[in-house]
Design a protein around this ligand. Sequence first.
Ligand code: FRU
Length: 489
Amino acid sequence: PFYTETFRPQFHYSPETNWLNDPNGMVYYNGEYHLFYQHHPDGTTWGPMHWGHAVSVDLIHWEHLPVALKPDEIGTIFSGSAVVDWNDTTGFFGGQSGLVAIFTHDGTKPDSGEKFQAQSLAYSTDNGRTWNRYEGNPVLLDENQADFRDPKVFWHEESNRWVMVLATGQTISFYTSPDLKSWVLASVFGENQGFHDGVWECPDLFQLPVNGNEALKKWVLLVSVGDNPDFLEGSRTQYFIGDFDGQTFKNDYSHDTTLWLDHGRDNYAGVSWSDLPESDSRRIYIGWMSNWKYANLTPSKSWRGAMTLPRELSLAMTEQGIRLRQLPVKESAALRTETIELKRNEFMAGNQIVYTPETNAYELEAEFDIKEPGVFGFALCSGSLEKTVVGYDANAQKLFIDRSQSGKSDFHRDFAVKHEAELKPKDGKVKLKVYVDWSSVEVFANDGELTMTDLIFPDSSSRGVEWFAEEGSVQLLSLNVHLLKNIWA
Ligand code: FRU
């Protein structure tokens, strides 16, 4: 297929038809990266949840596969994870290895009509192509918790057990198990920690070296926070940095520190791949490129929802402490078809259209040297009436995206906004890497120190790449545009 519907991403994963939300069950096995996702196969809005399925051998090109998990007598299939059971701890695989999905069943009790959420298992002996439900489902139920979902499971070497990280209201609960079937509560984290104005969802927990130093490793706990109408930001993802001993997570920072994974509006419910080969020590993440504030209303037709680019996560020591870094996986370089070197060592002034690609699918790389602080950057997808501004305010030291005139925005009153986040220049310089893909813009600033992901809905004729500089003085050290290919062609 070669998708050409209005607003259809050209190099980001989107479902062949109908609705997509959270990425689920991401696991690498026998040479394939699996991507499952929250899917409503009968409509373009959220509905009875299934797990859609796709596979890739390079994280760039995806093959759509049939729906993997369908609602059953227990309930619909909410978010969760998948692991390789290498040592057949479950006994599902006759001594071999195989894939186990651990997901939330969202159901209604037949007697009382009350809602419940419980964790269940399914397993596959054919590389995820077909799935068997475990007859002992559900494996984890708590009558007293209404929000009890999104299990992320991993094998904890040191304690020789499985650990489940679960969203439980506005806390995260950690459970352990020898066999994925019987689970014991180990601890609860989060009361009075971080941001609480929304339900906690889709956690993930993993360890990473700081500044690449294997002798200094920290644990990262990702926690997505649901939409709260009182906040313009809508649903977004926070993270914590600390230690985990197999039982308990200890936050390194004060309880009122909130760290955001992405400073844009459209990166939610993201988690990381499990079981990357031993030769690959990366932690690779993908998020759902939308926001619960308006996810059901975005102006696409036969499909709705897409993922971010797969991103490599790392930890860096900064003046403020240890922080997450994100960059598109190195495989993304394979998307480039042609590189246009536009500028080198030029002072920017006023507005100027510097390039007009044939289609809004490209990666822009620019480096600025700030001589005297001002406001500068790019108007992208610009046409006579539209533009998406990706800029830097060197006085305020803030990076911003202004999508107030980016195109279609009448579907929700909070969509057409400008938003910003703090970013310090490095030796007086600011570096931007921007991916534009028909209906999205992903900005990676200063080598992944700050990320902003936004949906936009420009007319396909609005394609100008325009620079601007107001006040101050800024030298554009380099400006390259890499044209990117359609991954489905
Ligand atoms: C997050 C979420 C999860 C839930 C799923 C339902 O976006 O609300 O908590 O499992 O979506 O589709």
